[in-house]
Design a protein around this ligand. Structure first.
Ligand SMILES: *Cc1c(COP(=O)(O)O)cnc(C)c1O
Length: 391
């Protein structure tokens, strides 16, 4: 593609920060030793891991030995949930939500399947703003609950759940609590030392580190059974030779996120609000999805009624604008996302939903280009729709 890209899909993946790439380079070239080897040549790889572990821990308010490096957010989610059901095989109940990422949603649904439905699964409802009902949650917590797994921030709407409160309620009942914080880490302050969270997942490529590296935070003292069993890496909690270069990159990205969070967030929030307010004002029958006040600063999800999200994406693609739609093409038919369906967004709106997710690398100029380009795209698509009537 010629010309420049306006990248507004940072909840799907992010660009590697130049500082991160630079920190990684030595580990992709000269410092290739296996961090577990005894000679001093490998010691620099081990030292890189150690420093990265400390930086990730600092971003999370955790201690370095509570950080387990994994291959991705999906592995971290699987490890936490499967750990709980292996640790407590007699507990046959899992609590999660209807709006989880597939990494949690599909795993939990599969556990029920591959155990011959010996597991009971509670998928908590959300209201039209995408928020949970804590009374429903409290009532679901039971003596047979092996684990609660609730995402911190939703990847489609940016809605943020009250994780501190929910973890506290689980702890009071002696139930393990996991949060998929892949979208939250780096976009909001997190201090695990002050929380009752047992396990937390994050993924490098969602915060300007490379793809293929993640972390599972395992609270000191929380019962844990490893998923990848092999060598003694990660103190026996995750076998497999460490991805040293990517781990070092994730350490650098964590350091940058911790240092710049406040300024980055206010910059990104201002750009997001400019985009959101501009689109809602310029385009009739456009509706914001998700609770406005409990939301990540970088995400906005807007439904443009009576148009197909996929068509909007194709038109935006032609002028280099990258975003996501809230529907997925499954077997030829457009299915609105499970998140928007759980929120009860009407079909005519769910089909035309677009997620814009920004990063600190976006500019005001880019936002203004989108504000100029999108209204005529929507208008021309609506002109073709038999259902569209401007009132
Ligand atoms: C991207 C994402 C994941 C998966 O992370 P990978 O590293 O791509 O496996 C899990 N949960 C949420 C909320 C995500 O946004």
């Amino acid at each position: 593609m010629s010309g420049r890209i306006i990248y507004l899909d940072n909840n799907a993946t992010t660009q590697i920060a130049p500082e991160v790439r630079e920190a990684m380079m030595p580990y992709l070239t000269d410092l290739y030793g296996n961090p577990s080897s005894m000679y001093s040549f490998a010691a620099s790889a081990a030292a890189g891991l150690k420093e990265a572990r400390a930086k990730v821990a600092a971003l999370l308010g955790a201690s370095p030995d509570e950080i387990v490096f994994t291959s991705c957010g999906t592995e971290s989610d699987s490890t936490a949930i499967l750990s709980a059901i292996r640790t407590f095989p007699e507990k046959r109940h899992i609590i999660t939500t209807r709006v989880e990422h597939p990494a949690v949603k599909n795993l939990c649904e599969n556990i029920s399947l591959f155990t011959g439905h010996k597991y009971r699964l509670t998928q908590l409802k959300v209201n039209e703003k995408g928020m949970l009902d804590l009374a429903e949650y409290e009532a679901a917590l039971g003596d047979d609950t092996a684990i609660v797994s609730v995402m911190w921030a939703n990847n489609e709407t940016g809605v943020v759940f009250p994780i501190a409160e929910m973890a506290k309620m689980a702890r009071k009942r002696g139930i393990l609590f996991h949060t998929d914080a892949v979208q939250a880490v780096g976009k909001m302050p997190i201090n695990l030392a002050a929380l009752d969270v047992d396990f937390l997942s994050l993924s490098g490529h969602k915060l300007h580190a490379p793809k293929g590296v993640g972390v599972l935070y395992v609270r000191k003292g929380s019962p844990f059974t490893p998923f990848l069993i092999g060598g003694h890496q990660e103190r026996g909690r995750r076998g497999g030779t460490e991805n040293a270069a990517s781990i070092v990159g994730l350490g650098k990205a964590s350091e940058l996120a911790a240092a710049n969070m406040e300024t980055d967030n206010s910059r990104v929030r201002a750009l997001r609000d400019r985009l959101e307010e501009g689109l809602l004002a310029r385009i009739p029958k456009s509706i914001l999805n998700g609770d406005k006040s409990h939301r990540l600063p970088n995400t906005c999800n807007i439904s443009f009624e009576f148009v197909e999200g996929e068509s909007i994406l194709l038109h935006m693609n032609q002028i280099g604008i990258c975003a996501s739609s809230g529907s997925a093409c499954t077997s030829g038919s457009l299915e609105p996302s499970h998140v928007l369906r759980a929120m009860g967004v009407p079909f005519t709106a769910a089909h035309g939903s677009i997620r814009f997710s920004l990063s600190v690398y976006n500019t005001e100029e880019e936002i203004d280009l989108v504000l100029g380009a999108l209204p005529p795209i929507i208008a021309s698509l609506r002109a073709l729709s038999p259902f569209w009537k401007e009132e």
